[in-house]
Design a protein around this ligand. Structure first.
Ligand SMILES: Cc1cc2nc3c(=O)[nH]c(=O)nc-3n(C[C@H](O)[C@H](O)[C@H](O)COP(=O)(O)OP(=O)(O)OC[C@H]3O[C@@H](n4cnc5c(N)ncnc54)[C@H](O)[C@@H]3O)c2cc1C
Length: 349
């Protein structure tokens, strides 16, 4: 039998009450949840992040294909806020992100109009998920866990998974998921739920298509008009990607709504055909796989930054709280971190 060291004998074990008091559960390991988790961890709080996906990143995921990956959600991001620009510069300096300098334009029924007024666009390297993966390495992230219930108990919140598993008691909880998915988790916070209920989100069908040969198109990122598609990108033309010819096609919200419950096998050929007509060239992919994003982007995002009830110790963040998009997700996670820390008496800086 191992004998106790003098340290372990003399140190009082932390009481369960004390460990609950410093604990925070974050539901959602997209950029918002991970940014929040990082700040709270840096401030000394005990943070556990739960995500239903197999890996963190949420809508900034990269799907691995047979011959290279696809950014099937967020395509690129821009930086308008100087603080976010500093964060992006730090990612670029570490090789986790890079500027995407490519040929952008609009495409309508085979007519390509190059875009001249291009903002600086960034992507994760070697895939969009690189940023989330990096953040997650420093955090306690439990993937593959869908949180179903957030229940108030005296002095704490109890979380339960969809499999009925008790996920533990936490002093505070942050819900960092798309608005419609946040609603059922806010059953015990009706005032927050009422704000969240007003935010609708549009679906988006995405197609990942691989070709044997480069498509004869003088564009790498196209805003598509007059078609069931809104965007098409030569994903393999982004920096740091595996060689090959891989495209990501995004359907319009109208098409995506109309085909919401269709199967991926039905949707993929419809969008490949839409791409053929929009591009005005023959397109015959070696593989074409569709993915549905049920909650892709907010119809009209809030501009609060984050929602927080200090009395309950419950907060909500996500891109849809801060103008949508990647930059909004980052800003929202940070806004909720500031609110949590200020309410704990920690200088949020
Ligand atoms: C098709 C598409 C294209 C886009 N294009 C762009 C673009 O070009 N530029 C741009 O800036 N933005 C774009 N966006 C938006 C961008 O992806 C988002 O703004 C950003 O990734 C949102 O981050 P988030 O952390 O707020 O949410 P998410 O990334 O959605 O993270 C939420 C996480 O919560 C998890 N989750 C949900 N419910 C539960 C639960 N009950 N229990 C446990 N986990 C749960 C999910 O699995 C997910 O990982 C696009 C999005 C899509 C879908």
């Amino acid at each position: 039998m191992a004998s106790s060291s003098p340290d372990s004998v003399s140190a009082a074990p932390p009481s369960v009450a004390a460990s609950v008091a410093a604990s925070v559960a974050i539901i959602g390991a997209g950029l918002a949840g991970l940014t929040l988790a990082t700040r709270l961890t840096e401030a000394g709080l005990a943070v556990t992040v739960f995500d239903k996906g197999r890996a963190p990143a949420g809508r900034m995921s990269t799907r691995r294909g047979e011959a290279g990956g696809y950014d099937h959600g967020a395509q690129y991001f821009t930086a308008r806020d100087p603080d976010f620009q500093r964060q992006v510069d730090a990612w670029v300096a570490r090789g986790l992100a890079a500027e995407w300098t490519a040929r952008f334009g609009t495409l309508e029924r085979g007519v390509l109009t190059p875009k001249a007024d291009n903002p600086v666009r960034y992507v994760g390297v070697p895939g969009m998920n690189a940023l989330a993966r990096d953040l997650a390495t420093h955090l306690d992230v439990r993937a593959g866990v869908r949180v179903e219930r957030v229940q108030r108990e005296p002095g704490a919140w109890r979380l339960t998974s969809e499999r009925g598993e008790d996920l533990g008691r936490f002093a505070r909880v942050a819900v960092a998921v798309p608005a419609p998915q946040a609603l059922p988790l806010l059953a015990e916070a009706p005032a927050l739920a009422a704000r969240v209920a007003g935010v609708g989100m549009e679906p988006c069908w995405a197609v990942m298509a691989r070709f044997a040969e480069p498509l004869p198109l003088a564009v790498d990122g196209a805003f598509v008009h007059g078609a069931p598609l809104s965007w098409a990108a030569r994903d393999s033309a982004k920096p740091g990607r595996a060689p090959g010819e891989r495209w990501v096609l995004h359907a319009t919200p109208e098409f995506s709504r109309a085909h919401l419950e269709d199967t991926p096998e039905t949707v993929a050929p419809l969008l490949v055909e839409a791409w053929r007509q929009a591009a005005g060239v023959e397109v015959a992919p070696v593989e074409a796989v569709a993915h549905r994003w049920r909650y892709a982007q907010a119809e009209s995002a809030l501009s609060e930054g984050a929602l927080f009830d200090a009395g309950l110790g419950l907060g909500v963040c996500g891109d849809w709280c801060a103008g949508s998009r990647v930059e909004g997700a980052w800003r929202s996670g940070l806004a909720l971190a500031r609110a949590f820390l200020a309410s704990s008496g920690v200088d949020p800086k």
